[in-house]
Design a protein around this ligand. Structure first.
Ligand code: SF4
Ligand code: SF4
Length: 300
C-alpha cells in the first residue's frame, strides 16, 4: 500500500470539479505539457514560488541558501533554478512570507482526515472528493488508496484525468470512481502532440474502454485559441464523448490565470500572447457545434 504520495494543494468547498460541494485533492506529476496549463506548479513533485510583490529585498534568503542560488536584483530576490535543490531553507528564512513551496508528501490518512471534515456538506449537496492534478494516475497506487479510503468513509468520488496514461493505470480504479471528469483536448493526434507534447492515442483508447465499462463520464474540453476553437473540432470531440456514453460535454474557456504562477516560478507562460475568447464567441461556437452534432448535451 502506497501510504504516502505527493500533493500540491487541497481545496475545500469547491463547486466546480464534480457534483455538489467537494474537496479537490491535487496530486503532483503529469505526462502532458499543455501550453495553456493552469496548474504549472503541479507538473513536478515540488515547485518553489517567489511572490515578488511581497519581497523587500532584505537578503535573508541569500544568506540562508547553501547553494548560492539566490541574488538580489533591482531590490527583489531572484532564484537560479539550475542551482536550486528545492530544499526549502529560504522559506523559513524569509521574514515576509514571500517564498512558498508547493508539493508535499502526505499520507492517505492525512489527506482523508482533511476530506472527511466536510462530510456533512457532501451529504447535503451530493458532493464528495475529487482527485485532480497534474494527472492523478501518475501516482496510481496513492490514487487507488485515497479512493478506497474515501469509499470506506462513504464519500462520493470523482477523478479529473487527462487520460494520457496506460489503461492498466486506470482499470483497477474504475470500480472506485463515481464520476470521471475526462479531458478530451483534440481529435487530431499531431495537433494534440504540438500543444500537449503527446499524441492522443491513449486518451481516445481509454475513454472508449471506460465507455465499455459503463463508467459515468463527463467530458471536459479546454477551449484553446488556435488549437481547438472551431465548431468542427468541438463537434468531433462531442462525437467521441457520445460514443463513450458520456453524460455531457463541458467546454472550459481559455484563461490566463496561470500568468501569476509563472511569474512566481520565474518561468514563461507559453500562451501569454494568446487572446482570451469573448463569451459571445464561445457561445456561438458551442451553438454551431450543437448543430453539427446533436447527440450529446454541450455546456459552457
Ligand atoms: S529552496 Fe533551498 S536551494 Fe532553493 S533557493 Fe531556497 S534555500 Fe536555496
Ligand atoms: S528573504 Fe524574503 S523578503 Fe528578503 S529578499 Fe528573500 S524573498 Fe525577499
Amino acid at each position: 500500500m502506497a501510504a504516502v504520495g505527493n500533493v500540491f494543494n487541497i481545496e475545500r468547498h469547491s463547486l466546480h470539479d464534480g457534483p455538489g460541494i467537494r474537496t479537490i485533492v491535487f496530486l503532483s506529476g503529469c505526462p502532458l505539457r499543455c501550453k495553456w496549463c493552469a496548474n504549472p506548479e503541479g507538473l513536478r513533485e515540488k515547485s518553489l514560488f517567489v511572490f515578488k510583490q511581497q519581497c523587500t529585498g532584505c537578503g535573508m534568503c541569500v544568506s540562508a541558501c547553501s547553494r548560492s542560488a539566490i541574488s538580489i536584483v533591482g531590490g527583489k530576490s531572484i532564484t537560479n533554478r539550475e542551482k536550486c535543490t528545492l530544499c526549502g531553507t529560504c522559506i523559513m528564512a524569509c521574514p515576509e512570507g514571500a517564498r512558498r513551496m508547493y508539493g508535499e508528501e502526505m499520507t492517505v490518512e492525512q489527506v482523508i482526515n482533511i476530506v472527511v471534515r466536510d462530510a456533512v456538506f457532501y451529504r447535503q449537496s451530493g458532493g464528495g472528493m475529487t482527485l485532480s492534478g497534474g494527472e492523478p494516475f501518475v501516482q496510481k497506487q496513492f490514487a487507488y488508496d485515497l479512493l478506497a479510503a474515501a469509499r470506506d468513509s462513504g464519500i462520493n468520488t470523482a477523478v479529473e484525468t487527462c487520460g494520457a496514461v496506460p489503461w492498466e493505470a486506470i482499470e483497477p480504479a474504475v470500480g472506485l470512481i463515481d464520476t470521471f471528469l475526462y479531458d478530451v483536448k483534440h481529435t487530431d493526434p499531431e495537433k494534440h502532440r504540438n500543444f500537449t507534447g503527446k499524441t492522443n492515442e491513449d486518451v481516445l483508447r481509454n475513454i472508449r474502454r471506460l465507455g465499455d465499462e459503463n463508467a459515468h463520464i463527463i467530458v471536459r474540453v479546454p477551449l484553446i485559441p488556435e488549437f481547438n476553437d472551431t465548431a468542427e473540432e468541438l463537434s468531433a470531440i462531442a462525437e467521441v464523448a457520445a460514443d463513450a456514453g458520456a453524460e455531457r460535454m463541458d467546454v472550459l474557456p481559455f484563461h490566463k490565470l496561470a500568468l501569476s504562477k509563472h511569474d512566481a516560478m520565474e518561468t514563461h507562460f507559453l500562451m501569454e500572447a494568446a487572446e482570451v475568447l469573448p463569451s459571445e464567441r464561445v457561445d456561438c461556437l458551442v451553438q454551431e457545434a450543437k448543430k453539427i452534432f446533436k447527440n450529446i448535451n454541450i455546456e459552457v
